[in-house]
Every structure is written in C-alpha cells, then in structure tokens.
Design a protein around this ligand. Structure first.
Ligand code: PA5
Length: 425
C-alpha cells in the first residue's frame, strides 16, 4: 500500500506561520468526511464514473483477446495518436513500466501537431508495420483527427484496400466523428465510458489498450486502482490518504498562501506521472477566476540542480509533493572506485544515494518552513501505479468539493477549441 507522510506540513515541524496544526487538520478531515461518501455515492454520475473503472473485467477480457489476436502481426510500433487525457496517462504508464529505452514493439505517443515533430516520427518508422491507436473521448478534437488524417493518407498510398487493419479507435461508444468513421470503415473500436472524463480515463480502455499491446500488465493496474479505492472507502478521515491530501492542498492554499503544487518524484520512472497530474489538477480545479493551485512537475535529483533554489529560498508559496520509491527493481552499486575526496560514496548503492538526496531535500525544505508531503511507494509496478492514479483522481474529486467547483468540466479549454475551429473553417 502507498503511505502518505505529512509530518513536514505540520506546525510542529515548520512553525505556525506556514504549518497546519495536526488537530486542526484531523478536525477538518472529520468535518469533510461526508465528501468521501458523496463521491462514492455519485459513482454513476458524470465524472465520478472513474471510480468504477477498476471493476471492468469485460474490458480486461476484450484486451486479452486483442493482444492475442495482434501478437501474430508482429507490430514494430504501437503508435498512440491523442492529446490531453487521451495521451498523458499512456505516457505516464509507458515511462513507469516500460522503461526509458525502446522495446519491441515500441510504444510511441504522438501528442502534438508540430509538423517537424510529426514528420520526424512518421518518416523514421515503418508505418506498414505500425499499429496506430487513435484515442479521443469526444471523437472530434482537432489534434488526433489531424494526425489520423495524415497517417491514413500515408497508409492508403501503401495499402489502399486494407489500411484499416493498422488502426484501432478508442472513443465514446455512441457520439463523435471518430465513432462514425470507425463504424463506416470497419475499424476495431474500444469504448471510453461516457461518464468518464478525458483526464480521469487512464484506467479505461484509453490508458489500458495501447500499453497492453506493448506488454504491460493491465490487470495489475486495475487491481491497484481497486485496492486504493477500497482503502479510501474504508479508512477513517484521519488516515484517509485522498482526503488528507486534498485537505492539505486546500488549507495550504487558502490559509497559508501556497498556491502552487510541485509534484517531484525521486524516480525517473514516475516523472510523467507529474505531467499527467498537472493536467488533472489544472483542468479540474482551475475555475471561476479565483480557484486553482498551479501545478509544477519536477524530478529528483535532476531538479535539485535546477529548481530547488527557488523552492527553498524563493517565495514560500508552494506545497511540494514528493514521490519516494522504497525498493527499486535494480540497484547498481559503486565499488571502491572513486577518489578519496568523494570516497564516502564508495560502496553505496544508487538507491541509497537517491534516497539520501530525497531526505536531504525534504529536511532542508522543512528547516526553511517550506511545506512538503511524501507519498511512499513500495515499488514501481503496475499495481502500485494503479494505486497512485486512483489516489490522485479521488483526491482531485474531493478537492473539487472543497473548492466548490465542478472538477469534471473544462470550459476554458472548450472556448479555445471553438475559436481554432472557426479560424480553420
Ligand atoms: O480532460 C479532458 O476532457 C480534456 O483535457 C481531454 O482529455 C482533451 O481535450 C482531449 O480530448 P479528447 O479525448 O476528446 O480528444
């Protein structure tokens, strides 16, 4: 299970100007405990349906069949064409569970329409030997539709009769253009449940299908999501990680002026979870002119040498959320190889060094009255990643209730989409 350590936001650790009293926090969570029940009761309502995703065994069976059917195609690449909630989850899973280097089939995410970027990828891969997974909840977003068009053109040049077999579409079961095209052209399709919002869809077909095709244990992701949902459901307010995290973020912003949230994993594998969370927080809570902490994605130890100066010595307006991995899959160790000036590093494992760096950073921040919390993750695998996704999604749903905003719409994004459409029409 994940563990939330929030000692370094408490008054007793960082002082009363920036810290929150532990009794105050417990009482606040107790007063708001009905929000957890409300969220669970809303399971069938628009937005909250993400809570049901871990129970979708029918989807797991369908994915199993798909991966078996596709194994004979020997795809060189699985290429996702999507944006926002339809790509960030895949990128986070890819980085966490498939590692930084290319595997076969490699999983590529095209989430921009920058001409050089798109061409840089499409001109270097064998598109006949690539499976393109077009993901769009609405089935009308400009970027995935444009990318679909570009790829379709290229495929038709090569295989005018059966280009469809290089596509899978993942979209709303009824609405949208992508659904319409898929039906007409006989493309294999997967549904995103209508009441699940894009940025809450990582544990739906949108997050699971492409990564399953690249070899990820998607059953483990769902199992982790289920475990976390049940833990949140059954725990007391003062031990409920989603409620405590939401309360800390809300109180730190409203009472202590911490209007930015930094997510800083001490794990390269989890870096893209920060990018995924950035969308989740921005689009869900950034509402009504005055609401919404600004999210920042950082990486330990890399950003100790880039952003830490600002966090530790600049304006005290940030809450820092560390992700700390307790056990790494591999752990190279230094022999007696370094000169005596830095001989204290000899014999150390990389895990010891990165963990000491995390401890040094969090303690120095606390010493300077900079609030920080740590989510401890036993190891980076499918199950724990599923737990982390569910924890953050639940926390954001609760945060929406605390700020009294609709966490599931994004009017600010829609407006820009409409203007762009007008310009191009
Ligand atoms: O959270 C959301 O709903 C949005 O950010 C979407 O994920 C993003 O705009 C992409 O939309 P779609 O999946 O409909 O193409």
């Amino acid at each position: 299970m994940l563990h939330l350590n929030y000692t370094n936001i408490l008054k007793k650790s960082i002082g009363s100007r920036h810290g929150i009293g532990d009794k105050f926090l417990v009482n606040f969570c107790d007063k708001k405990k009905s929000f957890v029940k409300d969220a669970l009761r809303n399971k069938k309502k628009i937005g909250y349906d993400f809570l049901n995703l871990p129970d979708d065994n029918a989807l797991l069976r369908k994915i199993k069949k798909l991966t078996a059917d596709h194994s004979k195609n020997n795809w060189q690449n699985i290429v996702v064409l999507g944006i926002g909630g339809s790509s960030l989850g895949v990128s986070a899973i890819k980085r966490a569970l498939l590692g930084p280097l290319v595997k076969k089939p490699s999983l590529i995410v095209i989430d921009n329409i920058d001409p050089d970027y798109v061409n840089g990828i499409l001109s270097k891969i064998n598109i006949s030997k690539s499976l393109f997974v077009v993901i769009s909840k609405s089935g009308t977003t400009t970027e995935p539709m444009v990318l679909y068009g570009i790829v379709k053109q290229k495929l038709i040049e090569k295989h005018p009769k059966n280009y469809q077999k290089n596509f899978i579409f993942i979209t709303d079961p009824k609405k949208g253009l992508l659904r319409k095209i898929g039906k007409k052209e006989g493309v294999t399709m997967f549904d995103i449940p209508p009441k699940v919002g894009g940025r809450f869809s990582v544990l739906s077909s949108a997050g699971l299908v492409p990564v399953a095709l690249a070899g990820v244990d998607v059953g483990g992701l769902l199992k982790g999501g289920r475990t976390m949902r049940e833990a949140i459901k059954s725990s007391n307010p003062e031990t409920n990680p989603a409620l405590i995290l939401a309360a800390i973020q809300f109180l730190s912003d409203k009472k202590k002026g911490k209007n930015m949230t930094v997510v800083m994993p001490y794990s390269s594998s989890l870096f893209k979870v920060g990018a995924w969370y950035r969308q989740l927080l921005s689009e869900s809570i950034g509402k009504n002119i005055k609401t919404g902490p600004t999210p920042i994605a950082a990486l330990g130890t890399t950003d100790q040498h880039s952003q830490l100066q600002l966090y530790n010595d600049g304006p005290n307006n940030k809450l820092i959320v560390f992700l700390r991995v307790l056990k790494h899959a591999s752990d190279p160790q230094l022999s007696d190889i370094l000169p005596k000036e830095i001989g204290f590093l000899n014999g150390k494992k990389l895990s010891q060094i990165i963990d000491a760096s995390y401890t040094g950073t969090s303690e120095s921040l606390a010493k300077n009255s900079r609030p920080n919390v740590t989510i401890e993750i036993p190891k980076v695998d499918a199950r724990h990643l599923g737990m982390l996704f569910m924890l953050f999604e639940f926390q954001i749903a609760l945060l929406g209730m605390l700020y009294k905003v609709d966490a599931f719409n994004q009017p600010g994004v829609e407006e820009g989409k409409l203007i762009t459409k007008k310009l191009l029409s």
